[in-house]
Design a protein around this ligand. Sequence first.
Ligand SMILES: [Zn+2]
Length: 489
Amino acid sequence: MRERKIENILLIILLILGIPVFLAVAIYVSAFQISSFQLDLTILGEQEVTVEYGDHYADAGAEAYFSGTYLLKNGKEVSVNTLSNVDESKPGTYHIRYDASFLIWSACGERIVHIVDTQKPEITLRSDPDQITLPGEPYAEEGFTARDNFDGDITDRVIRTQVGSVVIYWVSDSSGNTAEVTREIIYHDPLPPELVLLGESSVTITEGDAYQDPGVVATDNCDGDISGRVVVTGTVDTNAAGTYTIQYYVEDSYGNCASAVRTVTVNAKPQASVGSSVQQTVVPDGKVIYLTFDDGPGPYTDQLLDVLAQYDVKATFFVVDSGYSDAMQRIVREGHSIGIHSTTHEYKSIYSSEDAFFEDLEQMQSIIQNTTGVTTYLMRFPGGSSNTVSSFNPGVMTRLTAEVEARGYRYFDWNVSSGDAGETTSTDRVFENVVNGVGKRNVSIVLQHDIKSYSVAAVEKIIQWGLDNGYSFLPLDMTSPTAHHGVNN
Ligand SMILES: [Zn+2]
């Protein structure tokens, strides 16, 4: 019985001691074994996120729940602390840390955020519509800009290289994104070549003369001398009177062209046919003296030519077949005019008929041509057109003056006589006669004979007087005044 008592006491003691232990064990078992408690943290969305620079990053956050196996089976939400160093304004790698704690439980997580710039910079080329790059010339940059979404204006970082006719622009942004654009240089030559006629743009020749075109010179700002590319069209028929044009055309390598035209007038050879037109008279300006010398050349003609050369005065010689062919050549060579006077100067024969007259005239024309190479249609009737020595053949001068013009000749008389044909043999008198006559008019055609020494001797004084008094000396040509006397037979 006693033993039982002790057992009971021990049981009571055990019970008293055991209750808190039991409770502790029960609590322990229920919290960690039967219904184990935990704190869970879940990162919402991806663990590692890449965001393009410029886009907004919105963090999806994280959530945490405290829960147990039997108790708080559905969990209790626990607030999450977020610690982020994400800077959207700067590319880089950032971390977001999430923390949660409840009583003695805690949980954490981390998300990695990459802010990246993968966008290329942009290069913009400017082009100037007025810019012209001449072939062979360096290219003048028209301008460009480079912009980057992160770096902003990076024009100064552009690297520019030219390869042939291509300009390459290259740039890199601070993230290593590169951009490249190219520009094809447009070479353009807006300038036409220059075509320059050699010789006159208007040429007049006489039927039967040879015509040799002097050509042109063509130069181009890019191609240089392109005379060899000139296309010449048009021909001159030197055997048919008319007006011909010769066209020159040239094109440079860029299609610019230039053209020029030369006019070649082939004048009809004065024909022995009725109706040839007489050339219009062109009255010279100012006070003019035409010195004319008949019946030479002769022994004093060289002396006369010396004086004329000394004063650079040009005169006119109406020549006969005197045999002084050297002097005749010199007349032409030194720029004087040469005209036909007569082969024989025999009034009786030359005025005996029109045929006889023209036979004599044409013979002298041939002598002049053979001696000097000049075919002259300037002429003076022996005795002048007003002569009456021909009156043995009534009306012959009336017929001849018409016929010579019809055949294309231009005949000249004179309006100042020196008197050297009989009136005087005095040089002073010749001078006075000429000066008196010249002084009365603006245009004088002076008659002298270069076969008379005393007359030739007056020429220097006449020239000096003329120059001192404002006259100019001219040679006769096919348009000069004729000083016709009027026909008396
Ligand atoms: Zn004469």
